[in-house]
Design a protein around this ligand. Structure first.
Ligand SMILES: *Cc1c(COP(=O)(O)O)cnc(C)c1O
Length: 239
């Protein structure tokens, strides 16, 4: 495995400091306590030598999009200290669930009742069950996975019947091409949908996974508890 050039190592650490400072400022500005927001460092497509500096600096919650890439990296980084805490942030196909679920602390993007029920069926046989968020398509884009805001409320009873799975919140992605300003309505919609689903199901749903490199500060202002930041951490790093 090639070593990471020192200038890249330094740049990743600087980027991380910058992202953390911006998270802290947005959290304070919103009158929320510092521990209210966690950084999920999105490492998809980043080789493991670019992930190590993040771990060394204590950014141990790592987000991957693709199950196969997560399997490989979790093996490659198994001995690291602190240990990576893997989150799957991308789509999970049911046929990859059995292998993926025990490796991760959270699945952010459970995007259909069918997948949620498949996870519930697997639960008894798993050594470890991650917490899950349900994905809501708050921007009405065809290409996005997830429930519509009204569709998830219609299935509230069926979702509540899956409470053997630790369902802890909702996740969304703003529309492509939106910026920090124009993404706000998506984040508001996710929070409001969470409030209604909480009422209908009695589930607590404390987590809101929303906000990426281009819009995480807006997401924090609207109540994000998990921000998924990738490109801002690797900016200026040659691959
Ligand atoms: C890639 C990705 C991110 C990170 O996006 P950046 O713009 O690189 O910060 C967050 N969430 C999901 C679901 C992603 O696929």
């Amino acid at each position: 495995m090639p070593d990471l050039p020192p200038e890249n190592h330094a740049r990743i650490l600087r980027n991380l400091d910058d992202v953390r400072a911006r998270i802290a400022a947005a959290t304070a500005r919103s009158g929320r306590p510092p521990e209210a927001v966690s950084l999920v460092a999105v490492t998809k497509k980043a080789p493991v030598e670019m992930v190590r500096p993040l771990l060394e600096a204590g950014a141990s919650i790592l987000g991957e999009n693709y199950p196969q890439e997560l399997w490989k990296k979790s093996e490659a980084l198994a001995g690291e200290s602190p240990a990576p805490r893997w989150h799957l942030i991308g789509h999970l196909q049911s046929n990859k669930a059995r292998r993926t679920l025990p490796l991760v602390e959270m699945v952010h993007a459970v995007d259909s009742l069918r997948l949620l029920e498949a996870i519930r069926e697997l639960a008894p046989g798993l050594s470890r069950m991650p917490r899950v968020c349900l994905q809501v398509n708050t921007s009405n884009e065809e290409a996005k996975h997830g429930w519509s805001p009204s569709g998830i409320l219609e299935e509230a009873d069926a979702i509540a019947a899956c409470r053997a799975v630790p369902i802890v919140g909702l996740m969304t992605m703003a529309a492509w091409g939106t910026d920090a300003k124009t993404a706000r309505p998506s984040f508001v919609r996710l929070r409001e949908t969470r409030d209604r689903l909480r009422e209908r199901t009695g589930l607590d749903l404390p987590e809101l996974s929303m906000g990426m490199s281009g819009d995480f500060e807006t997401a924090i202002e609207e109540g994000a508890t998990l921000v998924r930041v990738g490109s801002a951490l690797f900016e200026g790093v040659e691959r």
